[in-house]
Design a protein around this ligand. Structure first.
Ligand code: BGC
Length: 251
């Protein structure tokens, strides 16, 4: 078994588990802590350290799915996390606080990697878009299984602001939308994404994917849209797969 610890950092919760990267399944409890507010870098990494200790992970590298644009372990944006993260070298900070090496990628890219490997996008040729609907909207774009990292469809200029202010789960809650109203909002956003990318499949992930049947009837059947098979664990599983890949690259 190829066990790997991974952590999924979200705006409201920080979750971690040990993953069997060969089967894409969790092999420990899923540990969840509330994201500190404000989500300052050292505070967030201290929570990661709690998860590492809870899971007694001493085996080395960890994978991290992070809710921002991440290139070479550097954080480049902060729409869904405290602004002080911008330009932070995540690998360096994690090493300072936890003593462990880490590999970080965008959270939705991580979720997409898992869905492509083990979920609904497994046998899908062509282009797949993973959309995670939570506090923001995360997106991962894949062509024949290959990731184009850091595509930010939630940050697309849309109506009066950006798309995630209309179609995220947070928008649903803040605007107190019924499931039908939310389904209509989401459908409009998906139509917009479709107009630009014409993907072969769109996969809906994030916490709200568990409630897919509440709003899926409002989604145009002409769009090929499905809910994530791995639900809200996709981010953890994909981050674990990424860490394993990066580790093997450097060996
Ligand atoms: C961020 C993305 C992130 C998404 C979900 C957005 O606000 O810009 O990078 O993937 O939230 O966490």
């Amino acid at each position: 078994m190829n066990a790997q610890l991974a952590i999924d950092v979200g705006a409201t919760g920080i979750k971690g588990a040990l993953v069997d990267v060969g089967s894409g399944s969790l092999i420990s409890d899923r540990i969840k802590y509330t994201t500190p507010s404000p989500a300052l870098p050292h505070k967030v990494v201290k929570v990661m350290n709690n998860i590492i200790e809870d899971l007694k992970w001493t085996d080395g590298d960890i994978g991290i799915g992070f809710p921002a644009v991440v290139k070479n372990n550097l954080c480049f944006s902060a729409s869904n996390i405290d602004e002080s993260w911008i330009n932070i070298d995540i690998q360096k900070l994690v090493k300072e606080i936890t003593g462990l090496n880490s590999h970080t990628l965008n959270d939705a890219d991580a979720a997409g990697i898992a869905e492509v490997a083990f979920g609904k996008a497994q046998d899908q040729d062509g282009s797949v878009i993973m959309l995670t609907l939570g506090s923001g909207i995360g997106s991962g774009l894949f062509k024949d299984g290959e990731l184009l990292p850091n595509v930010e469809l939630g940050r697309m200029i849309y109506r009066e602001s950006v798309a995630e202010h209309y179609a995220s789960n947070r928008a649903r809650k803040t605007k107190d939308l019924s499931w039908d109203q939310y389904g209509e909002e989401l459908n409009e956003f998906l139509q917009y994404v479709n107009r630009i990318f014409t993907p072969d499949l769109m996969v809906i992930g994030g916490g709200i994917s568990k409630k897919f049947s509440n709003y899926s009837h409002k989604i145009d059947p002409a769009l090929n849209v499905t809910d994530a098979a791995l639900k809200n664990n996709a981010g953890i599983i994909g981050a674990a797969m990424y860490a394993m890949q990066m580790k093997n690259k450097t060996v």
